[in-house]
Design a protein around this ligand. Structure first.
Ligand code: C2O
Length: 549
């Protein structure tokens, strides 16, 4: 079937958090934007009409885009932006994927308000879920952040000064901050109703720009059945941990006493050292049982401390894949290995940044000390397609960091490692080659859990841990039986993760930290996957309406 939408991107006036009539950029006048519902194998067609004053692109986060790399959406990687007043039609299918994904703007910080859910049901409908007990209802829960400032200006200022952007003013659930912020009102809290003993499938998405979250519902617990649109072995927990870019499908039974309960999202602030973000408090929604008194005060769940790295690690490392016929399994042979450091540092400034002269350095982030810069004149996919990378990108992304050192030691010990170079480097893979990557967090400036997202693929998570990666001990812990599949991994704070994927999708695929503040500063790289032997395994002609720069 074809699922078709028109997304009019434009101004929306919102009054919340003591501000009246603040103008944001949104799709079809909604925050969050419309939910796309499809079944596995469907074709999705979205007509983007840009009425906003900003350049725009849309990304379908987690969709493989096999054979449709021109529809992936990251600005200057797979397409030039859609200019104000212009249109572009995204066309792709959702084959071989079931569960919860989402879509968002992929330019500037505009995804702060331009986002929504993309729900993929099994081909034969909800009854085909491979869960022990079928849900009677579904509820989409999108966690987000809210800024009182204009996010486009925020990004411009961060880029021009080479300084990280300010933190959000509130956490939101389905666009609303809830009861614990100044000027909260009844219309600023998201509410949903349940019947007693109803089985509900919560589709939880973290759309926040920069914050991993703990998610709880007072007096209720969950069975996790999926993550990043891949089924997991059912996993019982009373807390869900979810980094920006990730999704979690969790079954919840409304088995508590009839009443009202808070649904809560609080920050998991993995940055060490950094001051507490307690002032940012907790975003809440209300779960209301049919038949409860509307004025009854809801119960608040106790949330983990914002520094609770262990709760985060337990959740992330306990998930395994549900092995089902017809779904891919982990490749057992590997063609290429990469060891990639991810972290913060300083670098030379770009000519268009403020105060830029030869002796100026700016705050930056990098992978293997290469601080990624988007090209300006043409998208990388266009350059790849025409085989004219000169002046756009180079193929010398290093497989290992330039210096080996103690990644978890203090920044002062690692002055060399801290200095990064601005560049647009790609790693080239032949069609169908298998890549194994070790992602090692560094502790330069701050120790953090970077949520690393790969476009165009799911990868298998073989192992993860704290400290410096040591292959001899880690290899014994590799899960080669039922490793979880992800498109975004929260690499443990001051630790590492090992992932594997098969390059069976020709095109240019962005890999980056899903903290927008870090992506902007260069925490990214691109995989260039070469064409296969047939027309179906080659990058097709660009669509006629592909925007030009
Ligand atoms: Cu969810 Cu490159 O993005």
């Amino acid at each position: 079937a074809i699922v078709e939408h028109t997304f009019n991107v434009g101004n929306l006036s919102i009054s919340q958090l003591c501000q009246t009539a603040r103008i944001i950029t949104a799709v079809n006048g909604q925050l969050p934007g419309p939910t796309i519902r499809a079944r596995e194998g469907d074709t999705v067609v979205v007509h983007l009409v840009n009425h906003s004053p900003y350049n725009m692109t849309l990304h379908w986060h987690g969709v493989f885009q096999r054979g449709t790399p021109w529809a992936d959406g990251p600005a200057m990687v797979t397409q030039c932006p859609v200019k104000p007043g212009a249109n572009y039609t995204y066309r792709f299918n959702v084959k071989g994927q079931e569960g919860t994904l989402w879509w968002h703007a992929h330019i500037s910080f505009l995804r702060a308000t331009v986002y929504g859910a993309l729900v993929i049901q099994p081909r034969s409908g909800a009854n085909a879920y491979p869960f022990p007990s079928k849900p009677q209802r579904e509820e989409t829960i999108i966690l987000g952040e809210w800024w009182n400032a204009n996010v486009y200006d925020l990004e411009r200022m961060a880029y021009l000064t080479g300084m990280p952007a300010a933190h959000a003013d509130a956490y939101t659930i389905n666009g609303k901050p809830g009861d614990f912020y100044n000027c909260s009102g009844a219309n600023q809290t998201y509410k949903f109703q349940v019947h007693q003993n109803e089985r509900i499938l919560l589709r939880i998405i973290n759309a926040a720009l920069n914050t991993p979250m703990f998610f709880k519902v007072a007096n209720h617990s969950f069975t996790v059945v999926g993550a990043d649109a891949a089924y997991t072995t059912p996993y019982e927990t009373d807390v869900v941990v979810i980094a920006p870019g990730q999704t979690v499908d969790a079954l919840m039974v409304a088995g508590a006493a009839v009443g009202r309960y808070y649904v809560a999202a609080s920050p998991y602030d993995s940055a060490i050292p950094r001051g507490p973000m307690i002032s940012k408090t907790t975003g809440t929604a209300i779960l209301e049982y049919v038949g409860s008194a509307g004025n009854q005060a809801p119960v608040l769940p106790p949330m983990p401390a914002y520094t609770d790295t262990h709760t985060a690690f337990r959740f992330f490392s306990n998930l395994t894949a549900l092995i089902l016929p017809g779904f891919p399994t982990v490749p057992l042979s590997v063609d290429h290995h990469m060891f990639v450091t991810i972290g913060l540092g300083v670098s030379d400034c770009q000519p268009d940044q403020f105060f830029c002269n030869k002796s100026t350095t700016v705050f930056s982030s990098s992978m293997n000390n290469a601080s990624f810069v988007l090209p300006k004149s043409v998208s990388m996919l266009q350059a790849h397609y025409r085989n004219t990378p000169a002046g756009v990108y180079t193929r010398d992304f290093p497989d290992t960091p330039p210096v080996i050192f103690d990644y978890t030691a203090d920044a002062s010990d690692n002055a060399t490692m801290q200095y990064t170079t601005k560049s647009t480097k790609v790693r080239t893979l032949k069609y169908n080659e298998t890549m194994e990557m070790v992602l090692q967090n560094t502790r330069l400036i701050a120790k953090e859990s970077h949520p690393m997202h790969l476009h165009g693929f799911n990868f298998f998570v073989l192992a993860q841990g704290f400290g410096n990666y040591d292959h001899a001990t880690a290899v014994n812990k590799f899960n080669l039986v039922n490793p979880q599949e992800r498109n975004t991994i929260a690499v443990p704070t001051g630790g590492w993760a090992v992932i594997r994927f098969v390059a069976n999708n020709p095109g240019m695929w962005f890999m980056h930290c899903h903290f927008d503040a870090h992506m902007d500063l260069g925490l990214g790289m691109v995989f260039e996957v070469q064409d296969g032997p047939t027309a179906e395994t080659s990058v097709p002609r660009p669509p006629a309406d592909l925007p030009q720069c």
